[in-house]
Design a protein around this ligand. Structure first.
Ligand code: SAM
Length: 165
């Protein structure tokens, strides 16, 4: 964050900033995550809402340990930083929209698939169709000996169809 962005954030969220300065290290991250979701929902014109905090606390509990374990095995498992903001947005949108079908192109290790599948699982509805051309992008290559989507745990694979060539 640049100094200007920090000041802008502090002016918009003085209480969160005070919490952060008093040692609540996660306060700013959680607020940025909420802002990110609120902005996306507004720009997509989605009216339906569910409680962001409750929704993401449940998500953190389920997903963070899986991602941390994956990053211990392979530090490039998350090339697009899905774990910080994008994955949570993906999860929230699927929880709100409750789609019957989700199509994903480009799986790599499967971090984004993990967020999508966890949302479908928590909705108890919907199916994910994923396609991947493994290792066509050097930055999102797989660890040697691992298949595309290796991060996805067995219990979430039931609502997934996965094609690789
Ligand atoms: C940035 S990675 C995806 C990362 C993943 N979505 C995540 O966030 O964890 C992009 C993936 O798309 C795959 N890919 C690139 N071109 C593709 C294509 N034309 N069809 C299918 N997959 C493709 C790459 O091999 C790579 O696995």
């Amino acid at each position: 964050m640049s100094i200007f962005t920090k000041f802008k954030f502090a002016a918009k969220h003085p209480i969160i900033t005070i919490k952060y300065l008093l040692g609540d290290e996660k306060a700013v991250y959680y607020q940025k995550r909420r802002d990110n979701i609120n902005n996306a929902i507004k720009s997509l014109g989605i009216r339906k809402r569910i409680n962001i905090n409750e929704c993401l606390i449940q998500l953190d509990r389920n997903i963070i340990p899986i991602i941390e374990k994956a990053l211990d095995i392979y530090k490039n498992a998350d090339p697009s930083s899905m774990r910080f903001y994008k994955g949570h947005l993906l999860y929230y949108l699927i929880r709100v929209i409750k789609p019957a079908i989700v199509v994903e192109t480009g799986v790599a290790s499967g971090i984004s698939s993990l967020f999508i599948l966890q949302a479908l699982n928590d909705n108890d509805y919907g199916h994910l169709y994923s396609i991947d051309l493994p290792n066509v992008e050097p930055k999102s290559s797989l660890p040697s000996g691992y298949d595309p989507g290796w991060v996805i745990p067995e219990n979430l694979r039931g609502v997934m169809d996965f094609n690789t060539r």
